[in-house]
Design a protein around this ligand. Structure first.
Ligand SMILES: NC(=O)c1ccc[n+]([C@@H]2O[C@H](COP(=O)([O-])OP(=O)(O)OC[C@H]3O[C@@H](n4cnc5c(N)ncnc54)[C@H](O)[C@@H]3O)[C@@H](O)[C@H]2O)c1
Length: 326
């Protein structure tokens, strides 16, 4: 089977491509290496598989429908996993246009191509932040997600709704995954775990973007569990379904910091840096994914941090020290 993975050079894309190649799939990886974080990190992310015989890298922009047309015309494609996006909640408040263009128009372009070339399985990365500051926890897929707190989740919610219309009006199956705080190797440099590990090792100040004194929390999830769920729907498409992929065990930022300190055996310096648009809590109900996709996350947050830290220590010094101010 040949699978298109958009956003292949990013955190989740690189994990997924590596996972699928190991399982014997062919992967057509698409990315435009945008400047949300440095290109050299993205090139590093794909370096373990870029020369794999079953992998082909296509440098293209999903907002450019002509370049997508060539890709779809020239290749046999069995399913598309659409991960390419501008991610990041707070930056989207300053720059909403790029989020709308990439995350909404780009998604529309890919769905148009699937319809045109008869590709019937579209898998879309959405986010836990579509739940906004909802008081009702855990978050269940059927809840109202109209009240998001920033343009980034708005663009993802718009993508979910747009794809519903494609599944309704065309022969296109759509599976949507709402990812809850994925953690793992190739972790994005602007996320808390990467920054905490670098702060522990190199003494950088860690920006406290959530209030650690109350119960604000994140439902951290191991990225490889997400890859398994994606593989499940590659093989068993759904007409239109939304699945939460979380751990159903939210942990506070204070706990995350404490666990990183324990695992690295180092103290972390913090500095207050509240960020607009951030949710208080993410907390997934994963019953639906459990029942339909046999999704069974098992690792604790501490286990995931240990796996990440062991991997991180083996990476080159420039990669470990790279500091991103986001
Ligand atoms: N990491 C998280 O915390 C998280 C949480 C929820 C949802 N998601 C979603 O998962 C997906 C992957 O996220 P990630 O953390 O791997 O992000 P990432 O930024 O590491 O990867 C995204 C990749 O998409 C590429 N890209 C962006 N715009 C593009 C365009 N116009 N054309 C082609 N490629 C483009 C980027 O260059 C990047 O390599 C995204 O859709 C994101 O919204 C991520």
């Amino acid at each position: 089977m040949q699978i298109v993975v958009t956003g292949v050079a990013g955190f989740i894309g690189a994990n997924l491509a590596e996972y699928l190649l190991e399982k014997g799939y062919k992967v057509l990886g698409l990315d435009n290496f945008n400047d949300y974080y440095p290109r050299k990190i993205k090139e590093f992310n794909i370096s373990t598989f870029v020369n794999h015989p079953n992998f082909k890298l296509i440098e293209a922009d999903i907002t450019n429908i002509e370049s997508l047309d060539t890709l779809f015309k020239e290749n046999e494609i069995d399913a598309l996993v659409h991960l390419a996006a501008w991610a990041g909640v707070t930056p989207s408040i300053k720059n909403p246009h790029i989020y709308a263009e990439t995350n909404y128009v780009g998604t529309d372009n890919l769905a148009t191509m699937c319809v045109k070339y008869g590709i019937k399985n579209f898998i879309f990365a959405s986010t836990s932040s579509v739940y906004g500051n909802n008081n009702q926890v855990p978050f269940v897929e059927s809840m109202d997600t109209s009240y998001v707190a920033a343009p980034y989740p708005a663009s993802k919610k718009a993508g979910e709704v747009l794809l519903y219309t494609y599944s309704l009006n065309h022969d296109l199956n759509v599976s949507i995954f709402r990812f809850f705080n994925p953690l793992g190797k190739y972790q994005r440099p602007d996320t808390a775990l990467t920054k905490l590990v670098k702060s522990a090792l190199y003494g950088y100040e860690f920006p406290l973007f959530q209030n650690t004194k109350n119960n604000t929390a994140r439902d951290y999830t191991y990225v490889m569990e997400m890859c398994k769920a994606i593989e499940n729907v590659i093989n068993k498409p759904h007409k239109y379904e939304i699945f939460n992929l979380g751990n159903s065990k939210p942990e506070t930022l204070a706990t995350l910091i404490e666990l990183v300190e324990q695992v690295t055996e180092k103290k972390i310096k913090t500095v207050e840096d509240p960020r607009p648009g951030q949710m208080e809590t993410t907390f997934a109900s994963i019953e639906k994914a459990r029942n339909i996709l046999d999704y069974q996350p098992t690792l604790t947050l501490r286990d995931i941090i240990e796996v990440y830290y062991i991997w991180f220590l083996k990476q080159p010094e420039w990669y470990q020290r790279e500091k991103i101010n986001k």
